[in-house]
Design a protein around this ligand. Structure first.
Ligand SMILES: [Zn+2]
Length: 118
């Protein structure tokens, strides 16, 4: 039996019924739940954002377009320099689905964004 204190806190807004169900799932079932949730997101036309920001990245703006996601982000050096934060930079992010259910994410650097456009 797992101590309740060790359980991660579910995200706000997740229905308690669903939280209870997920807690009962085995790791294998959870993986299937993720896959199915992604399928449902695609069904709703809201594919999971293919963005996994680094700790030192600030995502400023995300805009969904047909076929790609426009992302404006800035980032900081690990130690920080006089020019930090760097950017903001504009990227076009595309997702290329593979038959095995995974997908490859491409970040295309489009250039620097001027503050007033953000
Ligand atoms: Zn810097």
């Amino acid at each position: 039996m797992t101590d309740a204190a060790e359980r991660p806190t579910p995200p706000e807004g997740l229905p308690p019924k669903l939280v209870a169900e997920l807690r009962e799932c085995t790791p294998g079932e959870l993986r299937k739940a993720i896959v199915h949730a992604q399928e449902l997101l695609h069904f709703h036309g809201e594919a999971e954002l293919p963005i996994d920001p680094e700790d030192n990245d600030d995502i400023l703006r995300v805009t969904e377009h047909d076929g790609y996601t426009e992302v404006v982000k800035q980032f900081r050096c690990a130690d920080g320099c006089d020019d930090c934060p760097h950017g903001p930079y504009l990227y076009h992010v595309t997702e290329e689905p593979h038959p095995d259910g995974t997908s490859k994410v491409h970040w295309s650097f489009m250039g620097t964004v001027h503050e007033r456009e953000v």
